[in-house]
Design a protein. Structure first.
Length: 59
């Protein structure tokens, strides 16, 4: 779980801060199950990329 700390409505991406103190995670609109807003608490899963990790799905 984590909290949305930034969401760019024009570019459709943002970042989630992990509750466990891990690194902030990039999230793109394509990974969302529902609309997102800044300060929302989200449940999410991660996927590995060549450049690190990103959110695979969030709700």
């Amino acid at each position: 779980m984590g909290k949305v700390i930034y969401w760019n409505r024009d570019r459709l991406f943002g970042f989630i801060r992990c509750d466990d103190g891990g690194a902030d995670q990039f999230v793109h609109v394509s990974a969302l199950i529902m609309p997102i807003r800044s300060t929302w608490v989200m449940l999410f899963s991660l996927k590995s990329l060549a450049t690190g990790e990103a959110v695979a799905s969030a709700r």
